[in-house]
Design a protein around this ligand. Structure first.
Ligand SMILES: [Zn+2]
Length: 274
């Protein structure tokens, strides 16, 4: 069976509290052999680690840029301690999810942006010290992220849910990164993103769902239906093969060829992935 790696799935999110085991079983039944579960704050470091072990998945430890307003210096100490304590854990594959968000207003006041930068730089240093790749949150922040990586080089990683320019993509690739693509590709109107995912070398691409977020179009609830009380559709790792099928068609290759290539790419980006 064609086998996939979901390089970004927040399986600890409360959206999965009611049916986490079925979500896991559906993923495996669909051919998703492994999910990478990134942490978002110090409070969920243990949760993602235990979940990854319980489900035979992988995990990353880090502080997400949208969680920096409530983060403190001691959370960086906790991150350092966690990376040290679990350095021989083969399921710990990266520092993440870290990065910068240039979109959400609350984290873009001058003070909040400075705090995002402080946590981004400190976590790059930790990734460097622990010789781990990073999983990056990129939203209207590619150039600032690239600057950080040039100042504090790391062994590589993944720019997740990538939606920048071809030039920015090439800059990440030159620094040893892969670009993560997922549900956003499934929208016909995502012309620029689709062109990017078609133009990039296949060796630069990894697949992800970002579950429970970024639902593919067949799971998306329109604003009108939400207005009528329906919740936004939930994404889950079992959707990955169908998302991949869209990319395979855009690139004119077989689903199998895409699965094999992205599997290799994911292991290059995150060498500890089994
Ligand atoms: Zn994420």
């Amino acid at each position: 069976m064609t086998c996939f790696i979901d390089t970004h799935a927040h399986l600890d999110a409360r959206e999965f509290d009611a049916d986490r085991t079925s979500v896991h079983q559906r993923a495996r039944a669909a051919g998703v052999a492994c999910c990478v579960i990134p942490a978002v704050e110090a409070a969920n470091f243990d949760t993602v680690r235990l979940l990854a072990h319980a489900q035979q998945d992988a995990y990353a430890l880090g502080i997400h840029p949208l969680y920096t307003p409530q983060a403190t210096e001691s959370h960086l100490t906790q991150l350092d301690a966690g990376l040290t304590a679990h350095r021989d854990d083969p399921r710990l594959v990266a520092v993440g999810e870290i990065g910068l968000d240039g979109f959400v207003p609350e984290v873009n006041t001058p003070n909040a942006l400075a705090k995002q930068q402080l946590f981004y730089k400190a976590q790059l240093k930790l990734a460097q010290q622990h010789q781990l790749p990073v999983i990056l949150h990129v939203r209207r922040s590619a150039d600032l992220l690239l600057k950080g990586l040039r100042d504090t080089p790391v062994v590589g990683g993944i720019a997740h849910a990538f939606n920048g320019s071809l030039q920015q993509a090439q800059a990440f690739i030159a620094l040893g990164f892969k670009l993560g693509f997922g549900g956003a590709l499934t929208y016909d109107r995502a012309l620029q993103l689709r062109r990017l995912a078609t133009e990039l070398p296949l060796s630069a691409i990894v697949l992800e769902t970002d579950a429970p977020d970024i639902p593919p179009h067949w799971r998306y609830t329109t604003a009108e239906r939400r207005g009528a009380g329906e919740p936004q559709g939930r994404n889950e790792p079992a959707e990955l093969p169908r998302i991949a099928q869209v990319l395979a068609e855009l690139r004119g290759i077989s689903l199998d060829a895409l699965a094999q290539a992205t599997h290799i790419n994911a292991r290059q980006a995150l060498p500890r992935l089994q």
